[in-house]
Ligand binder design. Structure first.
Ligand SMILES: C[S@@+](CC[C@H](N)C(=O)[O-])C[C@H]1O[C@@H](n2cnc3c(N)ncnc32)[C@H](O)[C@@H]1O
Length: 276
């Protein structure tokens, strides 16, 4: 049976998705997944063709819920604890101690995980901070995690993780901060609530402004799904959201020098970090 979504309409809906989220979908890689989703969603809504679905998405979605459903279907949420671990070490051994010295004493240091997917990245920061950062005793540190996908944010808030997701956490740290359950691991109560999770789209300027200013922004493994123009826009949004001398860290396959030239690159051991 043919899908409701034709190849021609795939181009139309991709242009819409790109404009609203920066996510760039390709016919050969993403057509089947998106077409299956539209068939399923149209059946749920009692809609019999793509035109009506697309009309609803564009013109009848005042609360943004239809777009949210679509985003939840097209995002790639792959993540795990201690992924690209050297960056968490750079955070606790170099960045936070330096910022503690240079930033006004009377305010918390603020870190943004954008995007955070199901929470492993911001909780990895928390685990490194509680395990290693001496300054936690004298300075408040706030960690905020955002993602465009509301289903991953709901999961992150529950603090429940699969065996696969925790596989890279050293055993002593895992046993200390997680309770083993029949299926997977539950973060201990003491650390629940240590990350402020919110649904937000990095292209939504109003949502990003509302999050406030940060000293460190981790933005790993999202820009790879964007094209050059979108990467540039997001990099400049992060620039504006950073306090002076704040840092951005990208995924290992992402390089700021290929996106914008407003940051100074520094190397901490093997890790590249970018300073405002
Ligand atoms: C592969 S995950 C990366 C998670 C984590 N940073 C890591 O490196 O393990 C990419 C995430 O980017 C999110 N994302 C994609 N476009 C976004 C946008 N426009 N605004 C916010 N999050 C977005 C997706 O929902 C997905 O959860």
């Amino acid at each position: 049976m043919a899908y409701l979504l034709s190849h021609e309409n795939f181009a139309k809906i991709c242009e819409f998705i790109y404009r609203k989220s920066g996510i760039h979908l390709e016919l050969d890689k993403h057509y089947d997944k998106l077409a299956r989703y539209i068939d399923k969603r149209a059946a749920e809504l009692g809609i019999e063709n793509f035109r009506k679905y697309f009309f609803k998405l564009r013109f009848e979605d005042k609360d943004g819920l239809e777009f949210q459903e679509l985003m939840n279907a097209v995002t790639v949420n792959e993540t795990y604890f201690f992924r690209e671990k050297d960056q968490f070490e750079a955070l606790v051994n170099f960045i936070l101690p330096e910022l503690d010295k240079t930033m006004p004493k009377n305010r918390p240091l603020r870190i943004l995980s954008s995007p955070c997917s199901t929470g492993e990245e911001p909780y990895s920061m928390i685990l490194h901070i509680v395990e290693e950062a001496k300054l936690v005793e004298r300075r408040d540190i706030e960690v905020v995690g955002i993602d465009i996908d509301s289903t991953v944010i709901e999961k992150a808030k529950k603090g429940k993780f699969t065996d696969r997701s925790v596989h890279a956490i050293p055993k002593n740290i895992l046993n200390k901060w997680f309770d083993k359950k029949n299926l997977g691991y539950q973060l201990v109560d003491d650390l629940m609530g240590s990350v402020d999770f919110q649904v937000a789209n990095v292209f939504d300027k109003a949502q990003m402004r509302k999050l406030g200013k940060f000293d460190v922004i981790f933005s790993r493994n999202m820009l790879i799904y964007f094209d050059d123009a979108s990467r540039k826009e997001v990099a400049m949004t992060f620039y504006d959201m950073l306090n002076p001398k704040g840092y951005v860290l990208l995924g290992h396959a992402e390089y700021m020098s290929r996106i914008v030239s407003v940051f100074d690159a520094k190397k901490v051991d093997k890790t590249l970090i970018y300073q405002k």
